[in-house]
Structures are given as C-alpha cells and as structure tokens.
Design a binder for this molecule. Sequence first.
Ligand code: UN1
Length: 510
Amino acid sequence: MPILETLSLKKKNPGASTGTRWNTTRDNGEYHVVSPVDGTTLASVYLAAEDDYRRCKEAALEAFAHWRLTPPPKRGEIVRQIGDALRARKEPLGTLVSWEMGKSLQEGLGEVQEMIDICDFAVGLSRQLYGRTMASERPDHRLFEQYHPLGVTGIITAFNFPVAVWSWNAMIATVCGNSCIWKPSSKTPLTALAIQQVLAEIMHANRLPEGLFNLLIGPGDSIGELLLHDRDVPLVSITGSTEMGRRAAAIVAGRLGRTILELGGNNAIIVTPQANLRLAVPAIVFAAVGTAGQRCTTARRLILHEQIYDTVKEALLTAYRSLRIGSPLDETNHMGPLIDRAAVGAYQEVLRELEQQGGTVVCGGRVLTGPGYESGCYVEPVLAEANNAMAVVRRETFAPILYLIRYEGSVEAAIAQQNDVDQGLSSAIFTDNLQEAERFLAAVGSDCGIANVNIGTSGAEIGGAFGGEKDTGGGRESGSDAWKSYMRRQTNTVNYGSSLPLAQGIVFNL
Ligand code: UN1
C-alpha cells in the first residue's frame, strides 16, 4: 500500500476515522504538518470535531459489544495480520516516522519493529489471559478468577514515539477484547493516519465491526478533553509530560475511571570506579543523544565517581566531537533535529537557566544554521557540568542535554542522588562489581520502574513492563503482565455441594 503517496498526494487528510470510514469534518481548522527534517510542509490534516468524537465513541461501543464475544485466540489472529501488514510496510512506515518526527531512519525502522514485536507478543498472549484458581476454605466450592474485556480504551500518545506507544496499548487492548480510540500527538498525525489505513484494510478484509480502531486528530483541549471526561471510556492510557498527565489523571479519577500513566523521566546513569568504560561510554552517548534526547528514557543525568570523572568526561568530549548532526534520513548521521522550533527555544532557555544556576556547558549548545539545517530544528548535543540540586537538572527537558554530576564515596551516595528527583522512569549503573550492581537493584537501590546494569537507560524491549514511579505516573504498558490493566478482573465462587457453609466459619441457621 502506498502509504507515503496516499498521504502526500491527498495533501489534505481527514482528521478522524471510525474503523474504515474517514470522517470529513472540514470546518474545524487544520494542522499543517511541517517536517523538522527540512522545514517543508508534508501534508495537512483536518481537525476532528465533537461530532466526530461522538461518532467514534458510538462505533467503539458497538464494536466492543461484539468484539468481547470473540474468543481471545481469534482476536489474536487479527493482531497477527496487523503484525504481518506492518512487517510488509516497515520501510515506508519507518521512513514516514523519520520525516514527520525527525528521528534517525534506524530508529524509525526500530520503532516499527517495536510495533511488530508487540503484535507477536499479543498474539501469544491471546492464548494466555490466565486467571488463577485458589483453594477454597469451604468444602465442595471452587474459587477462581477471570479476566474479562474492559471496554473502550482511550489512548493518548506523544510525538516522540508516534506509533510504537500506541501499539503497546492498542495491540494488548485488542487481544483483551477492547475497542480503542486513539488521539495521537497533534505534532505527528500523519504516522497515525498511515497506521489507521493499515488497520482499515485489515478490518475490511476480515469484516470486523467498524469502530474497533478509531482515530481522532485534534487538540488536547477539545478531543483529549472529551475522552478524559467520558464515562463510556473506562480506561485512558496517557503518555506525555508530568504536568499534562497530572491534570488528565485528575479528570479521569474524578469519574473513577482508570488511567495508565507514562509521564516524564529524569533518568540517570551511574558510573562507578569499577565500570567497564568500553561499554559505558558508547552506552551513555546513545542514551543521551539517541532520538535527539527526546525519549522518555533518555539519559539526562550522569552520576560519575570522582575517581573516574575526568576520564569519562574526556572520553565523552571526544565522542561528542565526532557526532554527525544532520538529516535523519542520511544513515551516516548520528543525530537528527528536535521536533520543532518551540523545542529548540526550550533547549536554549534551559541552557541560559543552567548558567544562571551555576552550571557550565563544556560541549555543544549552538543551534545549527546553513545548508541542511533550514528547518531551524537542529541543535548541538550538550555536555554540561552541574549538580543534582539545580532546578534545571531536576526537570525533564526533551533535548540532548546531559548533566555531569560528581559523587564521592560508596555507591549508596550515587543511588541517593539518582533517586533524589521527582521522576522515576529509567535508571542504569555501570559496574563490574557484584555488590554494587545488586545493591542498585535491591529495595534500597534505584526507585525507578526500569533499572539496568551495564546497559543504558533507553531502548527497553517490549517483553518487559514499561513505566515508572513517582511523577512518572506508576503505569505499566507493553509486556509482562501489563495486560491486566486492560481487563476487568472478576473473582468467582461456585458451590457444587448440597449445603451452604459460610466463609469465616459464620453460622447462620434459619
Ligand atoms: C518513550 O520514550 O516514550 O525504551 C518510549 C525506549 C523505547 C520506548 C521509549 N523502547 O527507549
């Protein structure tokens, strides 16, 4: 299917889809999607209106009523087809991710691979939605639990992983028997439209109920708001900033709905004197500059023991000076652009604040201009000396800025600094010392949802549960048993005897 051609030829794209039907609201404004790669307008998209939301919601409810009756392995078969369709389109989809979002082609393709992988995972899961059987304390009784489909699942995603994060949620929700409404980031609607085309084809070929997968493109304060307030949507999975998530979660909690929150990170890598620096240095560089520092899992703080501080700093300076910045479509480049000029403004502002707060930029910090940088979105990655108490270090800035922080003494001192921020998504330690590594992973160690040894903070595999603690929101998506959040849990007791014994030994004679 000519994904790119369909989108670019049409120029003006619909901003909503109910299953295979493209809604054509034209009077609610439009987004012009400007590529951070070269500053050209890729296409425009009409914004969905309240009517579109209602149509999608009704369709999603109707689809759910049928889909929940479909045996889970049959649902898995549909997800298998989706995975195959994505495999066949990995190249154009990955390319579109790069054009629209600006990440390197390698990473664009990697993002589509993540989608394919979660499809495979979900297909297997469709035969493993296990509940337990517990020992009943009563004779002739069976005590067990089941997981039932939950309902319409709302999925709000961010620009940085425009399609993979949707797939973690949607593919799991689908095998769990739910229908989905997706509101992608307004910065990356084209990749979402491309995915919806793939889904529409599969829905059509399999005569699936319209409304199994719905897409709504529009601003958070209209479409997003409708989703958050809607009692017909029992679960909303939200990826974005802590500020946005806190607000959204309060709205959903107000109606006692469920949220899965994947919010900001302020991820640190600890390097101890016992680290293998041949592993540590490239891992740090990828974790800090991959996706131009715009992953939730990007390494933002580097906590270095004083004994190896200068050695690691020098090695990083050498590595940073060799980094090639430019078009993400050119595979010889290491780092592409930031998502837009507003992100460049935020990068500059943070560097100003850093200096005011006593930090020092030791490498990078300029916005690039000239041939190849016409979009105005390319910046140099930054190494800066700072300390953990600085306000600027304590907040998440979606940019390739790595703060070098010194520690003295034992690994506990490093762990204390690492944990001393509001966020708790990802963390890593580089050490070949067993005690240090195990202490980092122990209950007194890293307080993050992800804690790695001898690999960086980013690039998690889909097989594990993904998410973090504290201001990161506590949600878990993707692998392991994250599927349970997408289902309604039911405890069942069956009496197959001829008397009525009560639990807790209560005697009640009539
Ligand atoms: C995100 O940045 O929101 O672990 C998701 C990683 C990727 C996913 C990041 N697999 O870096």
